[in-house]
Design a protein around this ligand. Structure first.
Ligand SMILES: [Zn+2]
Length: 68
């Protein structure tokens, strides 16, 4: 049971992608569950919808970086 560890000790999220300086994607190192930062600064499940939003955010963020 891979998820036993998470059920007992909680997920062990590691940053898997920096979308912007505020928004990050996390993956649990044990069960591979994916989370992301939501607009309120908390964590939420990384659904395909959020992945889409993050892709857009990343593009905007990268464009801004290029201009500076
Ligand atoms: Zn987990």
């Amino acid at each position: 049971m891979k998820n036993m560890y998470c059920k007992i000790l909680g997920h062990d999220y590691k940053v898997s992608r920096n979308v912007t300086s505020h928004v990050k994607e996390y993956t649990c190192s044990h069960c591979k569950k994916e989370m992301t930062t939501n607009s309120k600064g908390g964590l939420t499940v990384l659904t395909p919808k959020f992945k889409e939003i993050n892709n857009v955010l990343e593009q905007i963020h990268n464009k801004r970086k290029l201009r500076l």
